[in-house]
Design a protein around this ligand. Structure first.
Ligand code: PLP
Length: 387
């Protein structure tokens, strides 16, 4: 009989989340309302940020962040090639151009030197992404942005909590964008996001555009003290978070630090098991970094192996372990190849990494025996595969 399969991810939904969601479902107020406002307040306080606007995804947050800085057609935005497509697709919403940038060979975050070299007269912004929960080296990026007049929008979808020199990622640039999708460090029950900023005008603009461009707390028109009268002042979007989602998010936020500790413990176990293996490179932690450990990414030493990464993942699957790849770099996808005319040799670091990276399961719901099972599956998968 096959052993039970250990999935790559399981969301940590407990009795508290279910109770919080049920209370809202029974309350008579389902969509944006008091729970959303409370979640925004708590999330901002948790990060030490001035303003937080709850949305239905990080993609919505990235979109409204670019809208708030006034991105225009034909302008350019620097984005890492080693990321999920959401980081770059939002630039296309404006008929603007995502300029892909190669990454650091170990941290896999955007390379500030290469970013500097990619700046032109048309560059408006840079979107560093805190890959796998390891922060980008933000000081050179912020210095570059200041010197060249660029806006900095952090893709903090792999947070919270990620710390850079003690400060929370997502609060270091002009706007931070968080995801509460089912697989992210905290979830609002499937989909959700947050935009965070210290600039009250940006916060106001994002809030306005998140709900149809209706001025003055649009959601309140259904509340007791609210008025039926409203004014549409812009053509906005439908990106608001529901109170059901926010109620789940409030519970998850309370667990965020404990969840990070649980993931960090698993990462330590993996490090101990794999760091002496000549065929494996474990994740680095830079001196400035305190990662969220959203992902644990091994880099295979293909020169030491007779199998490739794909075969390695197949072997893990046969052994009952779900593994994954973060990411196939954007320049290797048909859409970006076709529209940007880029090729693998334009991004040698990310292209090389893309063939040898594997993400292992790392989430608080994993029991100790699950961690042991992953470790032993990795060693079994590498048996008779070494050079
Ligand atoms: C998940 C993710 C997003 C998108 O988040 P959604 O909430 O699903 O829109 C954006 N960027 C990165 C790096 C992600 O991992």
């Amino acid at each position: 009989m096959n052993p039970p399969f250990l999935p790559f991810h399981l969301p940590g939904m407990g009795a508290e989340e279910i109770r919080a969601a049920s209370e809202v479902l029974r309350s008579g107020w389902l969509t944006t309302g008091p729970k959303v406002r409370l979640f925004e307040k708590r999330f901002a306080r948790y990060l030490g940020a001035a303003h937080a606007v709850a949305l239905n995804s990080a993609t919505a947050a990235l979109h409204l962040a670019l809208e708030a800085i006034g991105l225009k057609e034909g302008q350019e935005v620097l984005v890492p090639t080693m990321t999920f497509t959401a980081t770059a697709e939002v630039v296309r919403y404006f008929k603007a151009i995502p300029v892909l940038v190669d990454c650091h060979p170990a941290a896999m975050t955007i390379d500030p030197g290469r970013a500097a070299a990619a700046i032109t007269r048309r560059t408006r912004a840079i979107i560093p992404m805190h890959m796998a929960g390891h922060p980008c080296d933000m000081e050179p990026i912020l210095a570059l942005a200041k010197a060249r007049g660029l806006r900095v929008i952090e893709d903090a979808a792999h947070a919270p909590p990620i710390r850079y020199k003690g400060r929370m990622a997502g609060t270091l640039g002009d706007i931070g964008c968080f995801s509460f999708h089912a697989v992210k460090p905290i979830t609002t029950g499937g989909e959700g996001g947050m935009a965070v900023t210290s600039d009250p005008d940006i916060a106001r603009r994002i809030r306005l555009m998140s709900l149809h461009g209706i001025g003055k707390d649009a959601w309140k028109r259904y509340a007791a003290g609210g008025s039926w009268r409203y004014e549409v002042v812009e053509a906005g979007y439908k990106y608001n978070m529901t109170d059901v989602a926010a109620a789940i998010g409030l519970v998850q936020l309370r667990k965020a630090d404990a969840a990070r500790r649980a993931r960090a413990r698993i990462a330590r176990r993996y490090d101990e098991a794999f760091q002496e293996d000549p065929a494996l490179e474990v994740p680095i932690v830079a001196p400035y970094a305190r990662p969220s450990w959203h992902l644990y990414i091994l880099r295979l030493r293909l020169d030491k192996l007779r199998i490739g990464r794909d075969e390695f993942i197949e072997r893990l699957r046969a052994l009952g372990i779900g593994a994954n790849v973060h990411y196939i770099p954007l320049h290797m996808h048909p859409y970006y190849r076709r529209t940007l005319g880029c090729s693998e040799k334009d991004f040698p670091v990310a292209s090389g990494l893309s063939r040898r990276i594997v993400s292992l399961p790392i989430y608080p719901a994993m029991a100790d025996r699950d961690v042991r099972k992953v470790i032993s599956a990795v060693s079994t998968a590498l048996r008779r595969a070494r050079r």
